[in-house]
Design a protein around this ligand. Structure first.
Ligand code: GLA
Length: 365
C-alpha cells in the first residue's frame, strides 16, 4: 500500500492475488491434450491497482527496481522484460473485445522466477483478476485462465499449455487439480493425509521462451504427423510398439508422453485409495521418464531426486514443471517434511555448491 502511494501519489482501489503451482504428476502432457495434476503452493503474486481515465498504463514491480514503466493501451510491444506479462494481459484482453482504460499497477511476487513453479501464470492470473474487478469484465475463472495462456502463447512467445493458468485460477490449497486438458474438464482431488509435500528449488533457473521447451513441443507434433494421430493423447500404452517405429528421439519423446498420461490416471487412483507407496513409485517413474525419454532434466535435479530417495523417508520425488532447471516435488512420510527437506538441501548444497531453496513446507508455516 505504502509503496503504491509513494510511486503513484494515490491509493490503489483493487487488490488481487494468485498462487504459484507445483505439478504433482503429468509433465509435458498438457500441450499433447493429456492429463495433469497440479496443486497450489503458498507463494503468491500480489497486485495492487487503480484504474485511470486515459489509455496510460504505469506498472511497477516490487521485485525489480523502484521506478515504474509506461506504455499506452494499443501500443503493446514485447520488450523481453517482466512488463511483457502486463502488456500481454492488456493486449489479449483487448483482442478478446474486453473494454479497458489505463491503470496504475504494482505487482509483487514471492514465487521464484524460473523455478518451474509458474511465476508467470501467477502474475497473469493475479493481474487478470485485478482488471476483471476494476473494469467489471465478464469472465469466469476458466475463461480467465485461457486468457492467461494466450498471454504466454501470443505475446510472450512461450508455447506453453493450459496447466499453469488453470492451476493458478482454479487451484485450491490442500487439493490436487485433476485436469483433462483436451476437454478442459477438471476435478478437485483432496491431497492424501498420510503424506507431506516437499518442494525444493535447485537454484538453477530455466528460460522457457529460450527454445528447449518449444523444441519438445515441435518434436511431439512431428511424432503425431508421422503416426497419423491428432495428438499424443490419442495413444495409450497399448500403442507403445507403434511408437518404437518412430525415428529417434521422437520414439522416446512420444513414449514419455504416452506413459506419463497413464501415470496421471494411476496417481489419481492411488490418491483416492490412499496407496502412498504406489503414488511415490509413480513419481520416481515419472522422473526417470523425463530424464531418459524426454531429456528435460539436468544433473542437479537428478541429484535432488536421488537424495530424496536416500533419506528413506520419501515415497517418491520428481522434477516438476517445464524442466532444464527448476524444482523437485517429493512426497514424504507425514510429519517429516521439514526434516527431510533440510537433509536433502544440505547434502545438495555440499555436493554442488548451488544454493537450494525449500519452498514447501514454507518457513514459519
Ligand atoms: C511449463 C508449461 C506447462 C507445462 C509444463 C510441463 O510449466 O507452462 O504448460 O507444459 O511446463 O509439464
Amino acid at each position: 500500500m505504502d509503496a503504491f502511494r509513494t510511486l503513484f501519489q494515490r491509493d490503489p482501489t483493487v487488490a488481487a492475488e494468485a498462487p504459484g503451482r507445483v505439478n504433482l504428476i503429468g509433465e509435458h502432457t498438457d500441450y499433447n491434450g493429456g492429463f495433469v495434476l497440479p496443486t497450489v503452493i503458498p507463494q503468491r503474486c500480489r497486485v495492487l491497482l487503480a484504474p485511470r481515465t486515459d489509455k496510460l498504463v504505469r506498472a511497477a514491480s516490487g521485485n525489480m527496481d523502484a521506478a515504474f514503466l509506461l506504455y499506452r493501451l494499443g501500443e503493446e510491444r514485447p520488450r523481453c522484460s517482466w512488463l511483457d506479462y502486463v502488456q500481454g494481459v492488456t493486449s489479449v484482453l483487448r483482442a478478446n473485445a474486453h473494454h479497458l482504460c489505463g491503470f496504475d499497477v504494482r505487482v509483487e511476487s514471492n514465487v521464484p522466477l524460473g523455478s518451474g513453479l509458474s511465476s508467470s501464470a501467477a502474475l497473469d492470473v493475479a493481474l487478470l483478476r485485478a482488471l476483471r474487478e476494476a473494469f467489471r469484465l465478464s469472465l469466469n475463472d476458466l475463461e480467465l485462465a485461457l486468457l492467461g495462456q494466450q498471454v504466454e502463447n501470443r505475446f510472450v512467445g512461450a508455447q506453453v499449455g493450459v496447466m499453469d493458468p488453470m492451476a493458478a485460477s482454479l487451484g485450491e490449497p490442500g487439493m490436487a487439480l485433476f485436469i483433462d486438458t483436451r476437454t478442459l474438464g477438471y476435478e478437485h482431488v483432496p491431497l492424501p493425509p498420510g503424506a507431506d509435500l516437499v518442494v525444493i528449488n535447485s537454484g538453477i533457473a530455466h528460460q522457457h521462451s529460450a527454445g528447449d521447451y518449444n523444441t519438445r513441443r515441435a518434436e511431439c507434433e512431428r511424432a503425431c504427423a508421422l503416426l497419423g494421430v491428432r495428438q499424443l493423447r490419442d495413444l495409450t500404452v497399448a500403442d507403445l510398439p507403434r511408437l518404437a517405429t518412430l525415428p529417434t528421439p521422437l520414439d522416446r519423446r512420444a513414449r514419455h508422453v504416452v506413459t506419463e498420461n497413464s501415470r496421471v490416471g494411476e496417481a489419481v487412483e492411488a490418491i483416492r485409495t490412499g496407496d502412498l507407496n504406489r503414488l511415490g513409485a509413480l513419481f520416481y517413474a515419472s522422473h526417470e521418464s523425463q530424464r531418459d525419454d524426454y531429456a528435460v532434466s539436468i544433473p542437479e535435479i537428478d541429484l535432488l531426486v536421488e537424495l530424496s530417495r536416500q533419506t528413506g523417508r520419501a515415497y517418491g520425488a520428481r522434477l516438476t514443471g517445464g524442466g532444464f532447471g527448476g524444482s523437485i516435488v517429493a512426497l514424504t512420510h507425514a510429519g517429516t517434511a521439514r526434516e527431510v527437506a533440510e537433509r536433502i538441501a544440505t547434502s545438495y548444497e555440499q555436493q554442488t555448491g548451488q544454493q537450494p531453496t525449500i519452498l514447501v513446507p514454507q518457513v514459519g508455516a
